[in-house]
Design a protein around this ligand. Structure first.
Ligand code: ADP
Ligand code: ASP
Ligand code: MG
Length: 423
């Protein structure tokens, strides 16, 4: 075991989008190496490359085969790594790029959304021992049936965290196009505040409710394996946001962040038979097809003949799959039909402090009412309140809630525990 500390540095798509940015990432990687660190860098595909590859697949096939889809999608991150390795070699350091498979990332067999089962990091460790900089293609692995898999959108974050755990890195640095995790998406709320520290508990809720700055699975993996995440800017120096254990935070502010998503679709099954097991059949079929569902609501059938309905949301990218999966279930129900609504959005507020404060939900509903925004479904956890609304009202809702709960830089209250801890 080397006495030198190891760091994992992950660069997202916009941070490696062109030759200049790849060279800039290469310089940052080299700077850490020159400072005496063993460096594993994880790179995403450049810019919108993953979107373009998906588009290409649908141009040749309406239902691309998932295995072949993964063969295609995994190329984006390999390209970035090979280019960056060349740039690092030109800076006078030795770098080696590895695919997810070569890096020992073993996953289950669920193509396009695979889960990491094991990381066999011996090849990485050997290269580090030889004083090399190791570049690993993010977002991919090899399945237990030896096929190339990908880890779901945003999956390079999870690659980075898993490698950090496997090599015992002191920190997993996530370099991105914003300077950290903010109190709301800074692209939507101009006065959003950078959070110096955020707890795993809150970050999990934020990632699950649309703050795509860190992939949900990456946060889960980091919490389980005790990996320290530092999310920061790829273009500026200076600290970003540390994701830390609950016990490390001093106290919790009432509300930490407002999150949103417009990439949700709502599916309603109308005419669900009024018998035990009907809901189980719907959701077992969806689970078997690997469709992640959220915000489930079931209405009882009414005595005046209105049928029972089961409604839920899923990611827009899963809508087609969900519909196809439900077709045979509906056929078996006989009278049921499936309605879809791709125009749904969701807005959530998250804060560990709301657990012990009454009145937060009432305030959220009042703020949205004042904006004349209709709430279609409400879903809560002890530290989160989510409202489904129309997608085109999401920006307005996020801004109104951010301002009503005083989350802007200028409004930060002195008693905010996380803010104090970082000062
Ligand atoms: P990368 O390509 O580096 O992985 P992503 O696009 O996946 O970057 O994530 C960064 C983006 O996340 C930002 O550009 C920002 O628009 C968005 N985002 C959404 N919510 C937040 C938030 N609360 N804090 C910071 N960024 C957020
Ligand atoms: N390139 C993949 C995506 O766009 C993975 C990632 O960037 O993390 O989703
Ligand atoms: Mg990302």
């Amino acid at each position: 075991m080397s006495s030198q500390p190891t760091v994992v540095m992950k660069f997202g798509g916009t941070s490696v989008a062109d030759a200049e940015k790849i060279k800039r990432a290469a310089r940052r990687i080299v700077a850490q190496h020159e400072a005496g660190k063993r460096v594993v860098a994880v790179l995403s595909a450049r810019g919108l490359e993953t979107d373009e590859l998906i588009k290409e697949a649908y141009e040749v096939s309406p239902h691309p085969d998932p295995r072949e889809m993964d063969m295609l999608l995994s190329t984006g991150e390999r390209r970035s790594c090979a280019l960056c390795a060349m740039a690092i070699n030109d800076l006078g350091h030795r770098a080696i790029s590895l695919t997810g498979s070569q890096a020992g990332i073993v996953t289950d067999t669920s193509h396009t959304k695979a889960r990491i089962l094991d990381v066999r990091a011996d090849r990485i460790v050997q290269a580090l021992d030889e004083n090399m900089i190791v570049l690993v293609a993010g977002f991919q692995g090899v399945s237990t049936s030896r096929d190339v898999t990908t880890l779901g959108r945003g999956g390079s974050d999870t690659t980075a965290v898993a490698l950090a755990a496997a090599v015992g890195a002191e920190v997993c640095e996530i370099y991105t196009d914003v300077s950290g995790v903010f109190s709301a998406d800074p692209r939507i709320v101009a006065g959003a505040r950078k959070l110096p520290l955020v707890s795993f508990e809150e970050m999990l809720e934020m990632a699950a409710s649309g703050a795509k700055v860190l992939q949900l699975r990456a946060v889960e993996y980091a919490r389980t394996h005790g990996v320290r995440i530092h999310c920061r800017s790829s273009s500026e120096d200076g600290p970003g946001t540390y994701v830390i254990g609950e016990d490390e935070t001093m106290e919790h502010p009432l509300i930490t962040a407002v999150t949103h998503s417009t990439e949700e679709a709502r599916i309603t099954v109308v005419g669900v038979p009024d018998r035990p097991g009907a809901a189980a059949e719907i959701f077992e079929a969806l689970a078997d097809a690997n469709v992640n569902v959220d915000t489930i609501v079931q209405n009882e059938p009414r005595t005046d003949g209105v049928d029972a309905e089961v409604s839920f949301t899923c990611a827009t990218e899963d809508l087609r799959l969900a519909e196809a999966t439900l077709a045979p279930v509906i056929a078996e129900f006989g009278t049921a039909e499936v309605q879809t609504d791709p125009g749904v959005g969701k807005v959530s507020i998250i804060g560990a402090g709301m657990r012990s404060h009454p009145g937060v939900a009432a305030k959220v509903f009042r703020v949205l009412a004042n904006e004349r925004i209709n709430i279609e479904v409400i879903n809560t956890s002890p530290i989160k309140i989510t409202c489904l609304i129309r997608a085109d009202a999401v920006d307005q809702a996020v801004n109104a809630l951010h301002s009503a709960f005083d989350l802007s830089a200028s409004d930060v209250k002195a008693e905010s525990g996380l803010g104090q801890a970082a000062r």
